[in-house]
Design a protein around this ligand. Structure first.
Ligand code: SAM
Length: 221
């Protein structure tokens, strides 16, 4: 990769991810290879390598890098995996996922964010990602089942459609709880059973849609 003005800051962020318990070398290399600043609006680019959620417009945020990296580690992704992401947002996490899995399908509710993410992904010549504008709480049946589903917004409980679209052994990671505070919960399909592992506390923007919090822009779903 050609060095850029943010290279030193990006390396410092990678060290921070390591300090926070992310030891999967593929994940660390992917965060190093995908420059977060290029996925953020100009006005907040200087904050790209803070380990913090950063505003991206439309009341949304690009998630905190250490939480993203930790989530990917919990999902135990392999290069053959087919991944569904709900909440494309800036597209940065989508791009990181594209280096860790075979195919990434990503759904975003806000059309303008999806368009911006597509432009950034194209700039980085990322070709194994498909984007959809719509309600991610009902998943993307066309490409199901998925080996992993990563939801970047918080729901009162895991949407049934997403559990239904998990492959055998597939994992769903989603922040579950109230609007103010959640826990990252990992669900794993074992035949007809779903195993549940509760992990860290977190705070995400709400998942708005038919199988989560009501969407004020589409009150009838
Ligand atoms: N991973 C993204 C990033 O790093 O830029 C995080 C984006 S943000 C924390 C969560 C995103 O979920 C927002 O862009 C929001 O518009 C989107 N969202 C909320 N409800 C949704 C739904 N039902 N379907 C798809 N996207 C949704």
């Amino acid at each position: 990769m050609t060095p850029d003005r943010y290279e030193a800051q990006r390396r410092a962020l990678i060290d921070q991810l390591r300090d926070r318990g992310v030891d999967d070398l593929d994940i660390l290399a992917a965060f190093d290879a995908i420059p977060r600043h290029d996925f953020l609006p100009e006005a907040v680019r200087h904050r790209a390598y803070e380990d913090a959620a950063v505003p991206i417009g439309f009341g949304q945020t690009a998630s905190q890098p250490s939480l993203q990296a930790y989530s990917m580690q919990l999902l135990e992704l392999t290069p053959d995996d087919k991944v569904l992401e709900v909440g494309t947002g800036s597209g940065h996490q989508t791009a990181v996922l594209s280096r860790l899995a075979d195919r990434v399908y990503s759904i975003e509710r806000v059309r303008e964010l999806s368009i911006r993410a597509r432009e950034a992904l194209d700039r980085w010549r990322i070709t194994n990602v498909a984007l959809l504008v719509g309600d991610g709480t009902i998943g993307w049946q066309r490409y199901a089942p998925y080996d992993a589903i990563l939801v970047a917004a918080a729901a009162p409980e895991p949407p049934k459609a997403l559990l239904d679209q998990l492959a055998e052994g597939g994992r769903l990671l989603i922040p579950v709880g109230s609007r103010e505070m959640q826990q990252l919960v990992l669900y794993r399909r074992r035949g007809e059973e779903i195993e549940t592992v509760r992990t860290v506390e977190c705070t995400f923007v709400p998942l708005l849609g038919r199988q989560a919090w009501p969407d004020p822009e589409r009150p009838d779903g």
